[in-house]
Design a protein around this ligand. Sequence first.
Ligand code: NAP
Length: 318
Amino acid sequence: MTAIYDRVAYIGLGLIASSMIHAGRRAGLQRMIVGTARSAETRAIAREDGLCDLVTETAAEAVADADLVVLCVPVGAMAAVAEEIGPHLKPGCTLSDVGSVKRAVIEAVRPHLPDGVHFIPAHPLAGTEHSGPRSGFAELFDNRYTLVVPDGAVDADALDRLTRFWEGMGAHVEVMEPEHHDLVLMVTSHAPHLIAYTMVGVADDLRRVTDSEVIKYSAAGFRDFTRIAASDPTMWRDVFLNNREATMEILGRFIEELMRLQRAIRKGDGDLLFDYFTRTRAIRRSIIEAGQDTAAPDFGRGGRPGQRTGESGEGETT
Ligand code: NAP
């Protein structure tokens, strides 16, 4: 494939950026990769591994002359990074991000952008519970969705290039509005993470069951919860703090449903439980039929780390 961008700059070199770099190299999507990260340690690892063609000390240096800049830092760090790079962005470049919530990122980033920069937020629905510059792999986005989430009208050519860039990395691309994105992701990824965190927390609190029993007898459901609950604490703190409205809406509905099941169990209403579980089973079947997961019960342990996870890593990512 011919290169889509001459120079791509990654701000933040964790799971998502390093996966994009590997996937972009696999397909030859850019001529030069520049990267930077907050810590000297991550920058040193990136240099040692040859992750980027150039690793800079600061984000301002990284974006100079870049045709595409991708913000790959936690959602809560987007505003400060945008403020730093804003004055150094090349006129006509595209600025994108991979944050797991979109409205809050748009509000955080837009005020710092000069005229003439095409701001096109995006969100790959792929991830694992692993973090850092060595956790990425080229196949992460294969056959997964990346949602491109422009805030209003954007330059058609810039949108087309970014779409082809993600497609080149193996993703299916769809365009979505920011508010709708935040609600959809709350249902499909964010609320399940909150529930997983809670369930693992409950097991931890239940002192009548010892830690060793929890580990030794961990059944499929709990093991899946622990994998999701192992996701990066900074990332998930920022997701919930920056998508409060949708969190409140979905949690309210979740609590109502839980109470409905609680009542059915108390009253011995087996028909309700059976019908409910039959309906939810059909949803699982349609996810497998859509090619978004495999039916193999390997509980996330087979193959490469997190390969079969969706964002809900965002643990599957976000
Ligand atoms: P990660 O592996 O933890 O990497 C995060 C990177 O951001 C690191 O290079 C880190 O630098 C840097 N960083 C952290 N805090 C920072 C701060 N306050 N200021 C500047 N830089 C900072 O994270 P990731 O999983 O790649 O996630 C990156 C973004 O992708 C997040 O916005 C997340 O919501 C989104 N996302 C994640 C997933 C997923 O499943 N993980 C899926 C889709 C989207 P150091 O290494 O120097 O600390």
